[in-house]
Ligand binder design. Structure first.
Ligand code: ADP
Ligand code: MG
Length: 727
């Protein structure tokens, strides 16, 4: 299997490239063999400026090309790598989708490679070219035999494109691309995967012995983490040795991967340890007899033992003399609001202020109403500040806040504004924290000296993942629901079963209960579409349930009307509330016992779980109907099945992770992708935990002026890990 063109090994002839001995981690990429000014510019725009950046572009996977399989030996469903020449190509269309086909032949036989929607391949997949194909062959639906469907394919003998000259780059370098375990890189910008392979292979092979490591790990830490040196790791991931375990490489568990990932996680964890373990001084707030009396008088029900435990944790923080930085995690309906209320009483009973911030107007209003009711017996007035206030009310609220007359304050992000000045803020509580960022939490804190922060969330994040989101916070968990809760019966219904769906709603209304109907938000591009959808749906429901009082609520209603629509439902004046997802978080109407989710296939697991959590809050049995339309994708089916099967937020979070796969669990920003270069917080959860434990231990014992401490507290850490985090 030879076929190198006469001008192969072009790269090695480059003269502009810097010789190995001068290479440093901060050498600009331009001077790396095979790159040059033009490619350097393109890489620069992707944030790849130095040799270090380049070396941290890790292969997406590895392929064993030391012994290629004969095409004849291919088996359906088994991932295999073959190589051959293209003997025929064709471009067809099926329902407007271009389908490109290439027939590849080796000494033993032929196989068809089918590529969907990739018409551009015809430019490079020319008859006569040598190609490497990797994938799992399948039985071809039309042609009878086996075929590859959109496999990974690499043309071996073509010019690279992307700024390198064809004469220099065009050749085939057998020793790099063939005959060994090869790294396979992602195509980035203009550079083909095999160009990456050549550049990085050459680069690591020319690293001088003295090549400095840019990392901060001392030999003792390396021993603690059980990892190899940086130079060795870099070489191992880019240029595997013959004996290396292919499977370990592909699972990112080779010695090289372990080193790079653990180092990165360790440094990340150090910064979190710095934030969690060395706290700034905080206002000292002590519970006294008066607080206990007040708490007793306001308590509407006995607390669960989980609520008591969490309150104790909070009280201990408040009197510790250090700022509290605590996360309260509790599934929907676990009773976080009363915990927040009682926590607020602590500073308030010693004359200080406490604030509760909610992510939506609807929820802020509800908290205002609840707190006002609960605190009425002890003559505490609640001050509200939201965007909804008229200017006179707003002025009054601002005055109350700055004079200290307002001690218990509730509102929305309007509270973050600069003209909101507190007299003596001691405790800031942020509800449904996932809707806010860290930055905002800190903004609120800056409104006082030594302000304690408590953030509350019901977003089910898998426990192991919570670390990368909330690693700088102490955590309290409400893992017990208030007594007497009945399970929510959840079922899937098809659009065609409308009669049955309406009957169910009728039964709930006949018992004096109330019903939510939720429909998905329509894309942003069609601004008024969700208004129309809600309006139409509420008319339909009014027609289906003659005599019932049906209200409508969506994000575009004027503020007053939004409040009025919600109030009417809270007071039971409307029996059915048709709404978009604005009611998703926090809303608490215990008399509502049926949640109908229209087009449930369009919601994610977490959202369905949150929405369902709006019912099952009182003494009556509750129900949730997931109404689906038409054909469901596999993922949609799995999501619906998961929700039907379980009410446990943490179970659902793990399930969600499984359904979606690591990369898509959250948006990029949230998943921590982009935050880490080598590690993946989902794939490498175990390593993240190990790194965290070692970092915590180190933080407690290391010398006070150790350079790593300085690093973890400093701007370099923030620049690398700090900004992209969500609180
Ligand atoms: P979430 O944790 O989702 O914010 P809420 O604080 O809204 O939950 O509480 C849900 C419901 O449970 C509310 O109606 C609340 O009054 C009630 N509740 C909370 N704690 C208890 C308790 N210990 N005993 C009885 N009911 C409780
Ligand atoms: Mg809540």
């Amino acid at each position: 299997m030879t076929g190198a063109t006469p001008d192969s090994k072009g790269v090695s002839r480059r003269t502009s490239a810097q010789g190995g001995a001068d290479l440093k981690v901060d050498t600009p990429v331009q001077f790396v063999k095979g790159i040059g000014p033009e490619r350097a510019k393109a890489l620069g725009s992707e944030g790849i400026a130095t040799v270090r950046d380049l070396l941290l572009i890790l292969p997406r996977r590895y392929e064993d090309r030391s012994s290629l399989a004969p095409i004849k030996s291919l088996k359906a469903g088994v991932r295999t790598t073959v190589s051959g020449r293209i003997v025929a190509v064709s471009l067809k269309r099926a329902r407007r989708m271009p389908i490109f086909e290439a027939m590849v032949e080796d000494f033993s036989g032929r196989i068809k490679c089918v590529f969907f929607g990739q018409a551009y391949l015809k430019e490079s997949f020319k008859v006569g070219r040598r190609v490497i194909v990797h994938g799992a062959a399948e039985w071809d639906r039309y042609g009878g035999g086996l075929a590859f469907h959109s496999p990974d394919a690499e043309i071996l003998d073509e010019a690279d494109g992307g700024g390198g000259s064809a004469a220099e780059d065009g050749g085939l370098d057998e020793a790099i691309h063939m005959g060994r375990v090869v790294p396979v890189y992602e195509k980035r910008g203009m550079l083909l995967p095999k160009v990456w392979r050549r550049i990085l292979t050459h680069l690591v092979r020319s690293l001088p012995q003295s090549f400095g490591s840019p990392d901060h790990l001392t030999p003792e830490l390396r021993a603690d983490l059980g990892v190899v040196g940086w130079r060795e790791a870099i070489i191992a991931v880019h240029d595997p040795s013959p004996g290396d375990d292919l499977d370990a490489l592909n699972r990112a568990r080779s010695r090289g991967h372990l080193r790079l990932i653990l180092e990165e996680f360790f440094l990340f964890a150090l910064g979190l340890a710095a934030k969690r373990l060395d706290r700034r001084p905080g206002v000292v707030v002590r519970a006294n007899e008066a607080t206990r009396q007040t708490a007793k008088r306001v308590l509407p029900f006995p607390l669960t033992s989980a609520q008591k435990r969490v309150l104790k944790e909070i009280a201990a923080d408040l009197e510790s003399g250090r700022e509290m930085n605590r996360l309260l995690q509790g599934d929907v309906g676990s009773g976080k609001t009363i915990v927040a209320t009682l926590a607020m009483l602590l500073p308030v009973s010693s004359g200080k202020q406490a604030v509760l911030v909610a992510p939506t107007e609807v929820l802020a209003d509800q908290h205002f109403i609840t707190l006002s009711r609960v605190l009425a017996p002890v003559d505490l007035r609640v001050t509200r500040l939201s965007g909804r206030l008229r200017s006179k009310e707003r002025k009054q609220a601002l005055e109350a806040i700055s004079s200290g007359e307002g001690q218990v304050i509730v509102g929305t992000h309007a509270l973050f504004e600069p003209d909101v000045i507190f007299k003596s803020l001691a405790l800031a509580i942020v509800d449904e924290q996932h809707r806010f960022g860290v930055i905002q939490r800190d903004e609120l804190r800056r409104k006082g000296e030594g302000v304690h922060a408590l953030v509350m969330t019901a977003t089910p994040i898998p426990r192991t993942l919570a670390l990368s989101f909330h690693g700088d916070l102490d955590t309290s968990v409400l893992d017990e629901k208030p007594p007497g809760r009945m399970p929510i019966r959840t079922s899937q219904r098809f659009e065609g079963q409308r009669g049955r769906i309406v009957d169910t709603a009728r039964q709930h209304l006949d018992l004096g209960r109330q019903v939510y109907v939720v429909c998905p938000l329509i894309e942003e591009s069609e601004k008024l579409a969700d208004v129309r959808a809600v309006t139409r749906l509420s008319q339909e429901w009014a027609a289906w349930l003659p005599g019932a009082r049906v209200g409508a609520l969506h994000g575009r209603l004027p503020r007053d009307e939004k409040g009025a629509a919600m109030d009417a439902f809270v007071r039971g004046e409307t029996q059915v509330l048709v709404s978009t997802t604005v009611i998703e978080v926090g809303v608490d109407v215990p008399n509502a016992t049926l949640m109908v989710i229209e087009q449930a296939e369009r919601f994610g697991v977490a959202q369905l779980h949150q929405l369902r959590g709006r019912v099952g809050r009182g003494r009556h049995p509750s129900e949730c109907l997931l109404v689906t339309r038409g054909y469901l994708s596999d993922q949609a089916k799995q999501r619906i099945e998961a929700i039907v099967a379980s009410e446990d937020g943490f179970f659902l979070a793990e399930k969600d992770l499984e359904i979606r796969g690591p990369g898509e669990f959250f948006g990029t920003r949230q998943s921590g992708r982009g935050l880490f270069q080598a590690g993946d917080p989902v794939r490498d959860r175990d390593l993240l935990i190990r790194a965290r434990d070692i970092a915590d231990g180190w933080w407690k014992t290391a010398a006070p002026d150790h350079p790593l401490r300085v690093y973890a507290r400093g701007d370099e850490w923030t620049g690398r890990f700090g900004l992209s985090r969500v609180g």
